[in-house]
Design a binder for this molecule. Structure first.
Ligand SMILES: [Zn+2]
Ligand SMILES: [Zn+2]
Length: 176
């Protein structure tokens, strides 16, 4: 049985081939060991792709989009945040005996051999480069108090009020 993210180049007709596919994101577990530190990320939807594929001479061009929902803790207050990545897919596949030229835009160039093309690895890579560097529940998230751990978005504490800077403490002693 064919993988859901695999297609046969013979299926690409005159008008191209439209693929719409989804799969449980289990196969992405491998990327936790690669480019990104994603141990705090929990995927909570299937990975969807919607793409158009056409032939341009010997090249195969794929354009489309990917979507995947996930949950990850806010890096300041640790509340779970629901997020979605939605990168564009722009892939050019060149027969592996041909020269691969560099492209200046976001297009990824890869090679293929035979008639079956599996884009699973490409999709994993697109997912791993699409995570934001920092996850925040809100740009203005106040985070947790570093002393008592209270969530400063929900509550307040007296830690800052009771805190006396060393300089001020000296001043206070001097006055007394
Ligand atoms: Zn937060
Ligand atoms: Zn506090």
């Amino acid at each position: 049985m064919m993988n859901k993210f695999e297609f046969d180049i013979n299926e690409i007709g005159e008008n191209g081939l439209h693929i719409k596919s989804e799969q449980a994101p289990d196969f992405l577990n491998d990327i936790s060991n690669s480019l990104f530190c994603v141990e705090n990320i929990k995927f909570n939807s299937n990975l969807f792709i919607d793409a158009n594929i056409y032939k341009d001479q010997k090249q195969i061009v794929l354009n489309g989009s990917l979507s995947l929902k996930y949950v990850s803790p806010c890096s300041r207050c640790l509340t779970d945040v629901n997020l979605q990545i939605n990168p564009e897919l722009n892939l050019i596949l060149v027969p592996n005996n041909e020269d691969v030229f560099e492209f200046e835009n976001d297009t990824v160039v890869s090679s293929y051999s035979g008639s079956t093309i599996d884009i699973t690895d490409y999709l994993s890579e697109m997912v791993s480069v699409s995570f934001p560097a920092k996850i925040l529940c809100d740009q203005d998230c106040k985070g947790l108090c570093s002393d008592c751990g209270v969530d400063l978005n929900m509550d307040s504490c007296n830690c800052k009020e009771n805190w006396i800077s060393p300089d001020f403490a000296v001043l206070k002693n001097y006055k007394n």
